[in-house]
Design a protein around this ligand. Structure first.
Ligand code: 5AD
Ligand code: SF4
Length: 458
C-alpha cells in the first residue's frame, strides 16, 4: 500500500456541543487520509468551518471568517499548494447553495448529516467545484459510516445519541437545519461508549437537540421492549465499567418523563445537573413561542425533579425580546427566575430567523428595549449563579480532574454540578475523581483543597 501524504486540516467550530462532537468526528474521518489537525489556518491544506445558524450573528461570523481566509488561500495558491475551504454545519444546511454563489472562496459545502462523505467530497472538489454540495438528510448512514473507535483526548467525551427536533418552537431554526428527530440505536451508542471507556474516558455527555425525546432501537435480544427512552439508556450506560459520570443535554420540559426523573434519584452515575430551558416566564409568550407548556407546568416539573434529587443544579436558556413581549411579560420571566433559582443559565436577545413562524409575528421589540431586558436578566442570573457557587463553600465534592490549571501546581476539574474547580494537586491526579473541600467561590468557579479522600472506586 502506498504511504499517505501528510496534510494539515484546520477545523473551526461555532455553536453548540453537537458541533464540537461533529468536528471531532470529521477529524477522525480525515485522519486515515493523512490529515493532521492544525490549530491555525496558516499553511493548512484543508480548512473546515463548522457553522451554527441559531442566531443571526452566527451566520455573519461565517462570512467574516471567509473574508479572513481569502488572502491566506490566495497566498498559498501562489506557492502552488491549494487550500481547500469547506463549510459544514447548520449554515451549510440552510444556505448551502447561497454560500456557493456568494463566496467563491468556498470549495465545498457539507451538511451535518453527510460528514462521512467528506473524503469523497474533497476528491470531487478537486475535479469540479459545482459537484461539491452535499446536504441530504441521512442520519442512519452517517452514524453507520462513522467508526465508533474514536480518537480521544482527556477524560470526558461527548456522544451524540439523538439529532433533530420535532418541537418547532416558533423562534428556532433547528427543526429545519437538523431535520426531524432521529435516535441512534442503543447498541451503537453502547459500543461507542465502551470504546471510549477502554481509552480512559470516565465521563460522557449524551448529546441531542432534544435529547430527552430519545427513542432509540432497543439492544439485540430486547426487541420486544420497543424503542428505549433516555431513562433506560442512562441506566444501561451507567453499567459500563469505567464510566462514572453521565450527563445529557439539551432537554425539553415536555419530554421529561417519570422514569427519567427517577434515574436522577436511582442512578449514582447520573450527575445532579440538568439543563432544562424554559425560554420565558409569561404564558402568553410561551404560547406564541409554541412551547406547549405553561410556566406553572415547568415549575411543577422542577419541583418533581428536586423531589427526586434535592441537590440538583438546574440550568436553562432564556430569550428576551420575543415579538409581542411587553414589560409585564418580561417581569414574569424575572419573577419565574427568582422562584426557580438557577445554578447557571444562558440568555439571548431574540434573533429573527427567516423561515421560522416567529419571523412573521407582529410586535418586533425595539432593540434598545431588548438589550436593557437582557442586561437585567443576566444580572439576576449571575447573582443566582454566584449564590449557588457560594452555597458549596465548606462542602466536600468529588471532582474529576481533567487538566493542569492556570496556576502552577494547580489542577482544573469539574464538580458533579458542572462547576469549574481549581485546586492545588499533583499531576498524577489528572483523570481521577478526588474529594475537594470547597474554600472559595466566584460566579464562574470554585477553589478548594484536597480533602484527603479519594472518591474513586478504582
Ligand atoms: N433567537 C434567540 N435565541 C435563540 N435560541 C434559539 N433560537 C433563537 C433565536 N431565534 C436559543 C434558545 C435555545 C438556545 C440553544 O438558543 O434559548 O434554547
Ligand atoms: Fe429549537 Fe425548540 Fe427544538 Fe429546542 S425544542 S431545538 S428550541 S425547536
Amino acid at each position: 500500500m502506498m504511504g499517505t501524504e501528510r496534510k494539515r486540516v484546520f477545523i473551526k467550530t461555532y455553536g453548540c456541543q453537537m458541533n464540537v462532537y461533529d468536528s471531532q468526528r470529521m477529524r477522525d474521518v480525515l485522519a486515515p487520509l493523512g490529515y493532521e489537525p492544525s490549530d491555525t489556518p496558516d499553511g493548512a491544506d484543508l480548512v473546515v468551518l463548522n457553522t451554527c445558524h441559531i442566531r443571526e450573528k452566527a451566520s455573519e461570523k461565517l462570512y467574516s471568517e471567509l473574508g479572513r481566509l481569502r488572502p491566506l488561500k490566495a497566498a498559498r495558491a501562489e506557492t502552488g499548494a491549494p487550500m481547500t475551504i469547506a463549510v459544514a454545519g447548520c449554515v451549510a444546511q440552510a444556505e448551502g447553495a447561497e454560500i456557493m454563489t456568494r463566496a467563491p472562496v468556498v470549495d465545498l459545502v457539507v451538511g451535518p448529516q453527510t460528514y462521512h462523505r467528506l473524503p469523497e467530497l474533497i476528491a470531487r472538489t478537486h475535479r469540479a467545484r459545482g459537484e461539491a454540495l452535499e446536504t441530504e438528510f441521512e442520519p442512519d448512514e452517517k452514524f453507520d459510516a462513522l467508526n465508533i473507535d474514536r480518537q480521544v483526548e482527556g477524560y470526558t467525551a461527548f456522544v451524540t445519541v439523538q439529532e433533530g427536533c420535532d418541537k418547532f418552537c416558533s423562534f428556532c431554526v433547528v427543526p429545519y437545519t437538523r431535520g426531524a428527530e432521529w435516535s441512534r440505536p442503543v447498541d451503537q451508542i453502547t459500543a461507542e461508549v465502551r470504546a471510549l471507556a477502554a481509552k480512559g474516558i470516565r465521563e460522557v455527555t449524551l448529546l441531542g437537540q432534544n435529547v430527552n425525546a430519545f427513542h432509540g432501537a432497543p439492544p439485540a435480544g430486547r426487541e420486544a421492549d420497543g424503542p428505549w427512552t433516555l431513562g433506560k439508556l442512562l441506566r444501561h450506560i451507567a453499567m459500563i465499567g469505567g464510566i462514572d459520570r453521565i450527563r445529557y443535554t439539551t432537554s425539553h420540559p415536555r419530554d421529561m418523563d417519570d422514569d427519567l426523573i427517577a434515574a436522577h434519584r436511582d442512578v449514582a452515575e447520573v450527575m445532579p445537573y440538568l439543563h432544562l430551558p424554559v425560554q420565558a416566564g409569561s404564558d402568553r409568550i410561551l404560547k406564541a413561542m409554541n412551547r406547549k407548556h405553561s410556566f406553572a407546568e415547568y415549575e411543577d416539573l422542577i419541583g418533581r425533579i428536586r423531589d427526586a434529587r434535592p441537590d440538583i443544579a438546574i440550568s436553562g436558556d432564556f430569550i428576551v425580546g420575543f415579538p409581542g413581549e411587553t414589560d409585564a411579560d418580561f417581569e414574569a420571566t424575572m419573577e419565574g427566575v427568582r422562584r426557580v433559582h438557577y445554578a447557571s443559565a444562558f440568555s439571548f436577545k431574540y434573533s429573527r430567523r427567516p423561515g421560522t413562524p416567529g419571523a412573521a409575528l407582529p410586535g418586533q421589540v425595539d432593540d434598545a428595549v431588548a438589550t436593557e431586558r437582557l442586561h437585567a436578566l443576566q444580572a439576576l442570573l449571575e447573582d443566582q449563579q454566584r449564590a449557588f457557587n457560594r452555597s458549596q463553600i465548606g462542602r466536600v465534592l468529588p471532582v474529576l480532574f481533567e487538566k493542569a490549571g492556570r496556576e502552577p501546581g494547580q489542577l482544573h476539574g469539574r464538580s458533579p454540578y458542572l462547576q469549574s474547580v481549581h485546586c492545588d494537586a499533583p499531576e498524577q491526579l489528572i483523570g481521577q475523581i478526588v474529594e475537594v473541600r470547597v474554600e472559595a467561590a466566584t460566579r464562574s468557579s470554585l477553589t478548594g483543597v484536597l480533602a484527603g479522600g479519594k472518591a474513586d472506586a478504582a
